[in-house]
Design a binder for this molecule. Sequence first.
Ligand code: SF4
Length: 698
Amino acid sequence: MGRSVATATHCPYCSLQCGINLVAGGRPPVLTPWEDFPTNRGGLCGKGWRAAELLDHPERVVVPLARSRRGAPLRPTTWEDALGRIADAVTRSQRRHGLDSVGCFGGGGLTNEKAYQLGKFARVALRTASIDYNGRFCMSSAAAAAGRAFGIDRGMPFPVQDIAGAEVVMLVGSNPAETMPPVMQWFDQGRAAGARHIVVDPRATPTALGSAVHLRPVPGTDLALANGLLHLAIREGLVDHEYIATRTVGFDAVRRSVRAYWPDRVERITGVPVAAMRDAIGLLGEASSAMILTARGAEQHSNGTDTALAFINLALALGLPGRPHSGFATVTGQGNGQGGREHGQKADQLPGYRRLDDPTARAHVAAVWGVDPDTLPRPGPSAYEMLDRLGTDGGVRVLLVFASNIVVSAPHSTHVADRLAALDFLVATDFFLSETSAMADVVLPTAQWAEEEGTVTNFEGRVLRRRRALPPPDGVPTDLGILRLLADRLGAGRHFADDPGEVFDELRRASAGGLADYAGITHERIDAEQGVFWPCPAEDHPGTPRLFVERFPTPDGRARFHPVEHREPAEVPDEEFPYYLTTGRSIRHYQSGTQTRRVRALMVAEPEAYVELHRSLAERVGVAAGDRVRLRTRRGDAVFRARVTDTIRQDTVFVPFHWAVPSSVNVLTNPALDRYSRMPEFKVCAVAVSRIDDQDEE
Ligand code: SF4
């Protein structure tokens, strides 16, 4: 027997992309931390430790499945039959209803190569404008804000290690102690050296418990808080006038707009005491180095882009971006949330963060793809807008879903499930029968993370290699293989390689000269340098760990201020729905739970969905810890187990979003969209809370 060899790769879950080693030989392989990988330095969370278990899970889909007719059960079939059905459905629909009647829905967990290839498949093989992905529900507001203010969207424009050197860090709507625990080593290292942390969150999360200042705004009022902090910074002489004069434009308009955010008014809007605001701005404004980090808590709102811009305004006024151990960053969520938004699976985008409506970008990418630029579709509808119209005249009628469980993760999810049911044909690629793939007419099995090669880009903008440690089950292709097979059936196979190295080389060419330029990144460099930071336009370019040090990638090199105004969330509490509902992640589970709800240890630790509510609210509605609770909004109702706590605002309940009906919180959430990013308002809506008596029907 040969010696087992360890394969260095990365966790399949969140955007920290912790380094791990897999020792193949048995199935599943043995997983250990990659001790000297620079982001996690040997740290893994409970999800990462158990990631290899799912490679051999008994529920894994390993053959194509199809149903004989709507309503009949899914049964194993041949690849020939499955691909033939898909090609027939696509061809028939496009002939009858036009090219855009066939759509693709991708995911932020896809490797760069797959995200790139899916975007190309939609534009070249299907020639449809109908493609978007679940990152629209995750990073789109942060991306829109960063693009407008800095001229580029790279979530964290500096290496994660810089956090340890910041004197003050403000986290807004971010709870890394539970969502990515190994990253806390950098925060803890900073605190051990005397750093002070400010946390903005309606809950006293484990992240907030270690902070010097915890601000608990009413959900949906973060923008007012940011404007209020900037008002105070100006009034107390804390802004950096030299930085503003030399590195930015537009401050005067912002200064005028925040005049209206005097402290008492902001306290009335946000519920944050003036004294706490003063403490926070005092720490931020007087530090020699400081960072402001936002995440989904600030961004998943119908004014999420403006809210992110408000915190960027604050960071710019304090002179932070581009300074050592300082800056503004957004903490990306999904495993390839960064790379997945750069290479073309977004409705309006071409690879390299190019715009689909830019003639020069179209010409460049079309030349790499070997097609006429005029054949490329125009930008299509955003994710929720596409889902909202599935099966309607003018909407998508045949949908191909890759790496996304929309039935659990989309807002107003019962409506989305109804729309999926109204499709003429639904295809899903998956390694488990998620709630979405269980609705499909054809399900195609696909390889998992440890069974294929590819690159991902973590939340720092560091391009990494996922390496194959073991082969997929017999007959199971990768998503690249599936796209090639489908393209063959549609007569476009010559445009589609299925070798990830070949696809990456093509992606490098397609991204060359774009904002997210990968042209100089090679597998060899990633191996030698433990990842390469984009932009990296040439093989002799060192990559760019730190952006904005000398200039911003705008035409004049300066960052932009944007005046932004507070407005109420699309839905606020009233007599019938008297509380705020907010959502997020728990420490045990990940995204829609398709994977982590199948991991025994995680299910033992957290077997069911819960609602967190304050003790006083629990008393008011007659709920005790462990009771079953019904939450009801204007869109539906769902059932959760009560966790009674003192760590949340008294007017707010929190539910994690990893569960399906009857405990799917996205049955309740509001699909009101941000006007720039088209991000739904996951983080706030009005809810009624009641206890379920034993004799009640659910
Ligand atoms: Fe995986 Fe994220 Fe946990 Fe690291 S923190 S082990 S990347 S889920």
